[in-house]
Design a protein around this ligand. Sequence first.
Ligand code: SAM
Length: 243
Amino acid sequence: MTNNMITFVGAGPGNPKLITVLGRECLEEADLVVYAGSLVNPVVLDYSSGEKIDSYGMTLNEITKVMADALKAGKKVVRLHSGDPSLYGSVIEQMEELKKYDIDVERIPGVSSVFATAAALNTQLTLNGVSDSLIITRPAGKTLDEDKIKELSRHNETMAIFLGTQKIEQIMEKVEYPKDTPVAVVFHASWDDQQVIKGTVEIIASKVKEAGIRRSAMIIIGGVVDPVNYRRSHLYGVAQEPL
Ligand SMILES: C[S@@+](CC[C@H](N)C(=O)[O-])C[C@H]1O[C@@H](n2cnc3c(N)ncnc32)[C@H](O)[C@@H]1O
């Protein structure tokens, strides 16, 4: 039987212990790992003794061809994405391209950096009486012409902004939260060099600039960053039907 399957694995946010057991097993068995740039911790790559290729700067066609050729040569191939592949991972276009080679994809989820960020902040992203919703978004950039940050901010719910560190000044000017709304920027959540900067919509951009953080960070806006005046959940008080 021919192997026509490539496994897309979520590497987790950085800490090498935050990859799933299944993800690690796939890496251990892989002959080729094509990983998505500097947000994949090199220590995670050490789980594999196979060949490793950094896809940073490669085109979609180059990435899929190198994986297809290896698979054709009988190798086990893993595509390794940072965090969870379903967030800003361009997974669908890779799958579509691989279909042209008659290759199927199976997926192993990962811990997204948004959750490692919540852990770094020791908070919840949804909190009774503060925010019942989480908006995940990103600013316009190379692969997005226009963003919806302004419109989304009008909901006044927790917002997690990926890929936004370099544009934090413009983002803070754009959002329509009250100026004293808490904001956190977490660089390299779960890595050894993790950094947490806290401020408000008004002052966070200058604090981030001062700290010299320009990339690889998550922006969280909303009361959950500094949880005061939340409502206690009844979960721990009154016996309830299972949700
Ligand atoms: C291309 S996206 C990939 C997101 C990834 N799929 C995930 O689920 O975390 C890259 C962006 O994710 C965020 N990011 C990834 N790893 C991070 C980490 N360890 N700490 C903070 N932000 C991170 C940053 O905003 C970065 O610009």
